[in-house]
Design a protein around this ligand. Structure first.
Ligand SMILES: [Zn+2]
Length: 141
């Protein structure tokens, strides 16, 4: 009589998880995938500078603040992309971006925001989004 050969590999044990664990796991996988796309993407980079981490939290930004951060609004730089404006420049011949109108354009001088030095612009933009809804951007748009 011979004994059966001993298994060298451990047997795989499958234990069904509760539905809530599966749901949480899928959510985490989706967020990880979304974060990877957001980090490597080419679109939305101005927003990426403000919000680097994806999530399901609503930031409750005002429409004007969203337009300022994304650049998707009634600005020559945006409208030009779709052929809705003849040039992508402001009347002062500088790029017609929201940032230009808010900080540098001599035509909107009375509405200007105080902007810090170039090396602190990212922090300045983040501080704008943390302020209460659109105090600064409601004036200019
Ligand atoms: Zn201008």
């Amino acid at each position: 009589m011979s004994w059966p050969k001993r298994q060298t590999r451990p047997r795989r044990l499958t234990v069904p998880l509760p539905r809530s664990c599966a749901k949480q796991d899928l959510k985490q996988r989706a967020l990880t995938r979304w974060q990877r796309c957001w980090d490597d993407g080419i679109n939305g980079r101005s927003t990426y500078e403000i919000i680097k981490k994806v999530g399901l939290r609503n930031h409750n930004w005002t429409r004007q603040l969203i337009q300022f951060i994304t650049g998707h609004g009634p600005f020559p730089s945006y409208l030009f992309r779709f052929g809705k404006h003849p040039v992508n420049c402001c009347a002062c011949e500088e790029p017609g971006t929201p940032f230009h109108y808010a900080t540098k354009c001599r035509l909107t001088l009375s509405y200007h925001l105080k902007c810090s030095a170039d090396q602190h612009i990212e922090a300045w933009m983040k501080s704008i989004t943390n302020q209460s809804s659109g105090v600064c951007c409601g004036v200019m748009l």
